[in-house]
Design a protein around this ligand. Structure first.
Ligand code: GLC
Length: 539
């Protein structure tokens, strides 16, 4: 077990993201809940993870599945009670698992008492907790657009003002220029630290320094000043792990957020690697350009070495299932899921596994009316309005829609996949008859045991944490191969990204090397479809 009293313990850790609504239902309402998470802790302990990033469980009208918080100090009733949450923290802790909560500090719900008061009365002490501009009802302050569609400003006739919302009208942006607002957030964070939470994932943190008047959303001039204040005032303990979601980050910016002195955050989630297959936008998905992906990882691996810290991930609740996106979710599902895992977990950084990734869950295709996500419905409306055919718009949604990752966790081949006794809030993927935890646990060659092995290897060999990174054959469009090395150890990771045989990649130093992990028996010779090899030598 990791020594979590050490300042940088999270550099050796592996995290697992739980999306509560879809993980495990225990009270038969078709919605996952906190007692459900508790009931699956033994499973997560078996996988070997050190921490859970818990997507929001706070009180919320759920317009954006909890990323719209109406009370930061209370639990959404369908998920359970505060007592359940305390039990989760304690039960996880007993198994050496730290709970990392999601913190949505950029905006609240429009049903938060602060906003209700702010929009009812210009003189309310909470009015200035949000971003308001005067203006005529038909004339928004500027033409900024909201991420989930429509204008980024909404009008409140009662007070004759517009409020700013980067995401949706139900998610008004908090005004970080107001010190009283910031103080409320810091006190709230301390409330959770006092409950035993071990860290936080900071939702869209690159947005908090926004200047709407200058049309600046991300990377505003005061962003890092605010984050440093957060660190001083709220994340006081060096042992708290903090990971900021920053879609706008590049390597230089990441060095600011995650500088080794610890004045800001432990690490960030950056998304450059997840965007390499975007065309015009994310809905316009293209085949994976492997050379570009390799170049991207190389830049992050070498750029943050000794000057920051990477997070490593291929999935989360906003992204498609990686085996469907970059692997083969049919004939070579198991092989390609393991290959992608090896590619990711061999690098330097802290890995995050998204629920179901460890059993190779796949994307789903639903009729538009069966999707829940507001972003999907908006993309559909906007696509048709642009004159695209419904078929073409649906292709984008099948490839990139967020509900791909949000279908219920597949525990068994039984009704509703063992997720719930009732019809779930979002359809279960019909392939749960084959892809499920029970089957994975019964098969020693399953994707699950491959992840378990990768987690154990990271704990055993310092090269995973410490080693430098060298990309081999950067121009090869089919195989991703790299070496990690320290003075004592060398690790070679070779991944065939195609369903065709590819020439062997094995530098002389690795001839006869120990095989740490592989997704085929007897690794050696040409690479088989989606083959992955991890070889190790002492130098
Ligand atoms: C983040 C979350 C996403 C949410 C958005 C607005 O990107 O991951 O799920 O919709 O922020 O809060």
């Amino acid at each position: 077990m990791l020594d979590k009293t050490k300042k940088d313990w999270w550099k050796s850790a592996v995290f697992y993201q739980v999306y509560p609504k879809s993980f495990q239902d225990t009270d038969g309402d078709g919605i996952g809940d906190i007692p459900g998470i508790i009931s699956r802790l033994d499973y997560l302990e078996k996988l070997g993870i050190d921490g859970i990033w818990l997507s929001p469980v706070y009180a919320s009208p759920q317009r954006d599945n909890g990323y719209d918080i109406s009370d930061y100090r209370d639990i959404h009733p369908p998920f359970g009670t505060m007592a359940d949450m305390e039990e989760l923290i304690a039960e996880a802790d007993r198994r050496g698992i730290t709970i990392i909560m999601d913190l949505v500090l950029n905006h609240s719900s429009d049903q938060h008492s602060w906003f209700l008061s702010a929009k009812a009365d210009k003189n309310s002490p909470y009015h200035d907790f949000y971003i308001w501009r005067d203006g005529a009802p038909d004339c928004p302050p500027n033409d900024m657009r909201a991420t989930f569609g429509g204008p980024a400003w909404s009008y409140v006739p009662e007070i004759g003002q517009w409020y700013f919302h980067q995401f949706s009208p139900w998610q008004p942006d908090l005004n970080w220029a107001n010190p009283a607002m910031r103080r409320e957030l810091y006190d709230m964070i301390r409330f959770w630290v006092d409950k035993g939470v071990g860290g936080f994932r900071l939702d869209v943190i690159d947005n908090i320094g926004k200047e709407p008047d200058n049309q600046i959303t991300c990377n505003g001039p005061k962003l890092h000043e605010y984050i440093r204040e957060l660190r001083r005032e709220a994340f006081r303990e060096d042992t708290l792990v903090t990971v900021g979601e920053a879609w706008s980050a590049n390597v230089d910016l990441a060095r600011l957020y995650a500088e080794p002195g610890g004045s800001e955050l432990s690490m960030i989630f950056q998304f450059e690697h997840m965007c390499v297959d975007y065309g015009r936008d994310k809905w316009d998905a293209r085949p994976l350009p492997l050379v570009k992906l390799k170049e991207c990882f190389q830049r992050w691996q070498t750029g943050l070495a000794g000057r920051g810290w990477n997070s490593l991930f291929l999935e989360n609740h906003d992204l498609p299932r990686i085996v469907s996106a970059w692997g083969d979710d049919k004939k070579y599902r198991v092989e390609s899921a393991k290959m992608l895992a090896a590619m990711c977990h061999g690098m330097q950084g802290t890995p995050y596994i998204y629920q179901g990734e460890e059993i190779g869950m796949t994307n789903i295709r639903l009729p538009i009316g069966e999707y829940d996500d507001l972003e999907i419905h908006n993309a559909y409306r906007e696509g048709l309005a642009r004159g695209e055919t419904p078929e073409r718009v649906m292709e984008g949604i099948y490839a990139k829609g967020r509900d791909n990752a949000r279908t219920p966790m597949q525990w068994t081949d039984g009704e509703y996949a063992g997720f719930s006794a009732a019809k779930p809030w979002l359809p279960v993927n019909p392939n749960h008859s084959e892809i499920n935890v029970r089957a994975a646990l019964a098969d020693p060659d399953s994707v699950f045991y491959f992840y378990q092995k990768l987690i154990a290897l990271r704990k055993k060999y310092p090269v995973f944490r410490e080693g430098g990174f060298t990309l081999l054959n950067p121009e090869d469009e089919n195989v991703f191969a790299y070496v990690r090395d320290t003075e004592e150890e060398r690790l070679l990771v070779v991944c065939n990204f195609t369903m065709w045989e590819q020439p062997e990649v094995c530098p002389a130093a690795f001839r006869g090397a120990e095989v740490l992990a592989a997704n085929y028996k007897d690794p050696g010779g040409p690479l088989r479809p989606y083959e992955a090899r991890m070889l190790y030598v002492k130098s």
